[in-house]
Design a protein around this ligand. Structure first.
Ligand code: MN
Length: 321
């Protein structure tokens, strides 16, 4: 998925200053963003209050949308650097193609994990024909400095570890949870878990005290750490928790994201994650020149043009908004 904001902000984040060392409850509603002409998403990260949860640096939630009479998701070829993208579906299908020649249909319960590293281009579309409903999330993970120029790669994992509790089923999307480990490759300590709560579920999720966490209520209704969460909202939980109480009267779907606080300062703009303004400018120029990022074979349409850069330069350590 691409950040299709026509004037995306240049934002600096990372470091420990914003990490809550103790348990907190900060609730965010998503911000509605148009993703191309046919899809609207709710952006939970980055937001004005918080930009990172561990290495998780971007969270878009879309649907459930009825796309029976439309094209559904149509995200033309666009570039990424310095991050991993995680495609996770609750309902529907997404067709992923990239400049490595990867060509996969992603279905609910399957992990689509793309490591952009030095440079990659990909396109995401609803297949033809496609199921009537589309519901999912797109997540980005910041790569640590020592691996951010790694060769790009694509992983598709149809089988993920599942932890069953009474009235709850947890799928380990990325990282390690409750003794199970996702086959998806990670580059820093983090975890992503999809928790399906049946009606009358009341469970404790085991957490790592060193991680910071957030939960996103993807569907249904749930009480998180004693507080009811509105569908589509995210709650930042801070660090120093050994477990998290989750309950639901009528059933719910919850996404748990966590990780070791990301200590490096990062700069994000559009689909690029770097360490300086100059790197962002150089990546944009390379994409517009059409060189290092490669092509998505078999894609018939135009690729995305990069938006204009915001005026001014980042000051080291300074605010940019
Ligand atoms: Mn993308």
């Amino acid at each position: 998925m691409s950040n299709l904001d026509r004037s995306p902000p240049l934002s600096r984040s990372g470091g420990l200053a914003d990490v809550a060392p103790r348990p907190v409850q900060e609730i965010f509603a998503g911000k509605k963003v148009a993703l191309g002409e046919s899809t609207e998403v709710w952006r939970l990260l980055p937001n004005l209050g918080r930009r990172l949860v561990g290495a998780w640096c971007f969270v878009d939630h879309y649907g459930p949308d009825d796309i029976a009479s439309g094209p559904g998701m149509q995200v033309p070829p666009h570039p990424h650097i310095g991050l991993q993208t995680v495609s996770w579906l609750l309902t529907g299908e997404v067709h992923h193609r990239d400049s490595l020649g990867s060509d996969h249909l992603i279905r609910p319960g399957e992990l689509g994990l793309m490591t952009a590293g030095a440079a990659i281009t990909h396109a995401e579309q609803s297949p033809v024909p496609h199921p009537a409903l589309l519901h999912g999330v797109q997540l980005w993970v910041a790569l640590p400095d020592e691996v951010r120029y790694t060769a790009p790669s694509w992983e598709h994992h149809a089988q993920l570890p599942i932890v069953r509790e009474r009235r709850a089923t947890a799928t380990v999307i990325l990282g390690r949870f409750a003794g199970e480990e996702s086959p998806g490759r990670t580059y820093s300590p983090l975890v992503g878990v999809d928790v399906a709560l049946d009606a009358a579920a009341d469970i404790l999720l085991p957490l790592e005290a060193e991680f910071e966490y957030a939960v996103l209520l993807v569907s249904g209704s749930a009480v998180v750490d004693g507080t009811p969460l509105t569908p589509g909202a995210m709650m930042y939980l801070g660090c120093a928790r050994r477990d998290l109480a989750l309950s639901s009267a009528a059933g719910a779907r919850v996404l748990l994201l966590g990780g070791a606080p990301f200590e490096e300062q990062i700069v994000m703009w559009w689909n690029f994650l770097a360490r300086s303004n100059d790197e962002i400018v150089a990546a944009r120029q390379e994409w517009m020149a059409g060189s290092a990022f490669g092509e998505v074979a078999g894609y018939g349409g135009f690729r995305l043009a990069a938006p204009a850069l915001p005026p001014g330069k980042l000051r080291p350590g300074g605010a940019v908004r």
